[in-house]
Design a protein around this ligand. Structure first.
Ligand SMILES: Cc1cc2nc3c(=O)[nH]c(=O)nc-3n(C[C@H](O)[C@H](O)[C@H](O)COP(=O)(O)O)c2cc1C
Length: 386
């Protein structure tokens, strides 16, 4: 009897000393459920669902390296050692239940502090932040606001840039102490590092501005600094906006160059997103269709020779499997579809293998579901006969 080949989406992938049991990653998704950066019960249940749902790797939402530069007031944080135990609880749960856990490190730069989407998603006003006594700051390469709704950020001095580099290093050490398997650096969506990359946001005339090499300097330095302290057996991912969507902005060719250099610094996966630099790019020039960012992952993978993660409106197992089978990406990240159905990876296993059992489910659930299956079949057959 010949063995049925494993569908590519379900095949394992080893990156350094970590093996992902399949190619399915849960994409970072802000929850606005933290308290002073501390993980709460919400996070354990929210991320725990994805662990039980069969994903190989669950990435946290953007987790702030600095208290004053969160995406939202209630973001997860990693700016103090006190945050480690809450994050460790998430990683421990993942490890006890067959998944890897990663943390996405972020500094939100000139787009710090916005409302949750269900409150409108707008930039919070300085007066309101002050009134709430929040320690906040909007900083950027240059004093240019992301759009009219945002306040004008402070242009960073070299000393302040150095301090932000150190914040990333301290955060990486804490992520390791929390038992995280993967670190993802958030260099996309118009946040701090993305704003350094884009000629639309970065008008500096020092070593961090001007030519592309200079605009890439901060990204490369942070990757290098972090790689130096992040254990050699743990993978490092970088999320990029492969095109920022702005006219005359950062484009795919720039991304390929940066990806090559990040790879040389020891980055293992480029997570290929897009947009977010400004209001102009929130409604990005990139047309939104099924898998609309997959071509970015494909090109970066082919031309920079680095593994990629595809993300964005990937909704069916067949679509995801075709991305991996076609050599367009090494991993797929699932966001909203996993909110709709945290068991998406386990269902994908069933759909793609045609298996009747529930082996991809946790045994506490799968054993019962498998046992029920013949009963359901019999009941359906009886119904059909009536
Ligand atoms: C609720 C929500 C929160 C998000 N927060 C983040 C985030 O913290 N960091 C990030 O890089 N992307 C974030 N994103 C973008 C997702 O990671 C993903 O790239 C995007 O939703 C497209 O994938 P999808 O079509 O599978 O949802 C968020 C998306 C959603 C829906």
């Amino acid at each position: 009897m010949t063995e049925t080949p494993v569908p590519p989406l379900l095949s394992p992938l080893t990156l350094r000393g970590r093996t992902l049991k399949n190619r399915i990653v849960i994409s970072p998704m802000c929850q606005h459920a933290g308290e002073d950066g501390f993980a709460t019960d919400w996070h354990l249940v929210h991320y725990g669902k994805f662990v039980l749902g069969g994903a190989a790797l669950v990435l946290t939402e953007s987790t702030a390296v600095a208290a004053d530069s969160r995406v939202g007031i209630a973001d997860l944080g990693i700016w103090s050692d006190a945050h480690i135990p809450g994050l460790k609880r998430l990683a421990d749960f993942a490890h006890a239940n067959g998944a890897l856990m990663g943390v996405q490190l972020a500094h939100s730069g000139r787009k710090a502090f916005s409302e949750p989407l269900w409150h409108g998603g707008r930039a919070l006003r300085p007066a309101d932040l002050d009134a709430q006594g929040i320690d906040w700051r909007r900083v950027a390469p240059s004093a240019i606001a992301a759009s009219e709704e945002w306040s004008i950020p402070q242009a960073l001095t070299i000393e302040q840039i150095d301090a932000i580099r150190r914040q990333h290093v301290a955060a990486a050490r804490r992520a390791d102490a929390a038992g995280m398997d993967v670190l993802e650096l958030h260099f996309g969506h118009g946040y701090l590092v993305a704003s350094f990359l884009s000629p639309k946001a970065n008008l500096r005339d020092d070593a961090y501005g001007g030519a592309r090499d200079n605009r890439m300097r901060l990204a490369i330095e942070i990757a290098r600094d972090v790689r130096a302290v992040w254990p050699a057996d743990k993978p490092l991912f970088v999320r990029l906006s492969c095109v920022d969507g702005a006219e005359g902005g950062w484009d795919l060719e720039d991304t390929v160059d940066l990806a090559r250099r990040l790879k040389a610094e020891g980055v293992d996966v480029i997570d290929c997103s897009s947009g977010g630099l400004s209001e102009e790019t929130r409604r990005s020039n990139v047309p939104r269709g099924f898998g609309f960012q997959v071509p970015f992952a494909e090109r970066v993978r082919a031309q920079a020779g680095v593994p990629t993660q595809a993300v964005g409106i990937i909704t069916t197992p067949e679509q995801a499997n075709a991305i991996i089978a076609g050599g367009k990406a090494d991993l797929v990240a699932i966001g909203r579809e996993a909110l709709r159905n945290p068991y998406w990876p386990a269902e994908a296993w069933r759909r793609l293998t045609g298996a009747e059992g529930f082996d991809a489910w946790h045994e506490r659930h799968g054993a019962w579901l498998s046992k029920r299956e013949p009963v359901l079949r019999q009941l359906r057959a009886e119904e059909d006969r009536q």
